[in-house]
Design a binder for this molecule. Sequence first.
Ligand code: G16
Length: 548
Amino acid sequence: MTQMILDQQRIRAANEIHPTPDVKFAYGTAGFRMQADKLDSIMFKVGIIAALRSLKLNGATIGVMITASHNPEEDNGVKLVDPRGEMLEQSWEGLSTELANARDADTILSVIDSIVAKYNINVDNKANVIYAYDTRPSCPALVASLKDGLDAAGADSTDFGLKTTPQLHYLVKCINTKGTNDAYGEPTEEGYYVKLSEAFKTLMKGKPAMPTISVDCANGVGAPKLKEFLKYIDSNVWSANIVNDDIKTPGKLNYNAGADYVKVQQKAPLGAVLNAGDRYCSFDGDADRLVYYYADDAGVFHLLDGDKIAGLAAMFIMDLVKTAGVDSINVGVVQTAYANGSSTKYLTGQLKVPVSFVSTGVKHLHHEAEKYDVGVYFEANGHGTVLFSPEALNTIKTSEGRTPAQNTALTQLQALTELINQTVGDALSDMLLVEVILTHRHWTCQEWDQAYTDLPNRLAKVVVADRTIFKTTDAERRLVEPQGLQQEIDTIVSKYSNGRSFVRASGTEDAVRVYAEAATRTETDSLALAVAQLVYDRGGGVGSAPSI
Ligand code: G16
């Protein structure tokens, strides 16, 4: 039995109050996520995991964010944040899943023992955990369960209240770096706004203000937080009109709004009437994703997704690095299989920037991006950021320009490192980055869009009896199971010009995702439908047959 400071009696008691339902839990793309009414036991166990993780890291502060991001309002979930603000180290996912599925108190205590033994955890340390949550109605009850777990584990914990996911990541990093040479910022919400707004003002200095942007906040936590941020910015410098800011009316969160809706449906969200020439963007429910869009003169909707943002950011940073005379700093881009084929061609062919591919999930992209001096990573769904290595940060900080132009570029690069939330994708920070670039280039969305033309693409979801039977390889671009299915997909794809399609189980929703792209819209839709039908037939589809 466990020797640790964890209070066994409290764990047993908490397990009585938070019984584990008959559900197979799995640590997904971004933590545990499902219908909120099944998550009570998970939250108390996550409290214990967060405490153990902190103990393992000598009491460093760990973050817990209660949110289901882009999912419907009735879902909820939890994301764990490691000390530097990145996602929980992947090697902890297996045992976390085991703990999540442990039912009786003895099994729970024995899994805790295994974690202590496996990671050689020093139980004399004190655990420190901070937590925050989004606007979902299920959050207060889940916060209480989390607190039971944290208390049972003897952790010191702080409730940071309503926050966006990236704000919580920011806070974790600030707390852990406070007082060091790498201090990331003031560990308060105000500190976050001050850091971003000061950098933004530096970058916008002397530039003519662009027309007001419309920001769809998906009726989520991004709305009050963006309103708060606006207080730090003179509206003559930059202004935003917030749409979908109703966080009170039940059922509105992410409903026909937000980054995921706009990306998947390829149309404007509810409440946004597009005027040609204006700029629009959408956050998702916890404000860690961003997509832009606009209407052309004919009123046709155009999407500028994570791929377009990656291209824009890489182009701008590469130019700045060159102008500043610090071109020893290398820039790389990280994408996933969902990246549009045209975007990869643009990055490698025109920008001549190296591109690496990893599996879906910020946790994968983030670590790959760390391999570059400046790693730009974006998923097509709008989730991403830019990472500057410690060496790059040092070069930017200490270099002295030989000309005024070089000095200006160095100042701007320095401000960019402050503007960009380097802990995780952050819709607010990413939006400010895009706004800076468009302002510097005097570009409209349409001009930005001209970098390359997306191949028509389609994302579909197929609900099947058991999505875990879909196993992939090659950065999730090919299926290895069910056997033979990949060959059948290849046969279908070969009938379409520039066709590409792949299939993978979602790690945040109970569905299999189907991606398709091809030379024309008609071909793309036909390809997506054919592959979705195949998945439905071979995977034991549930409910009505797929339609596009
Ligand atoms: C999370 C992850 C993202 C991922 C998305 C969809 O985003 O952080 O990296 O792209 O889920 O994942 P899947 O296709 O496995 O469902 P979010 O914004 O929902 O937290």
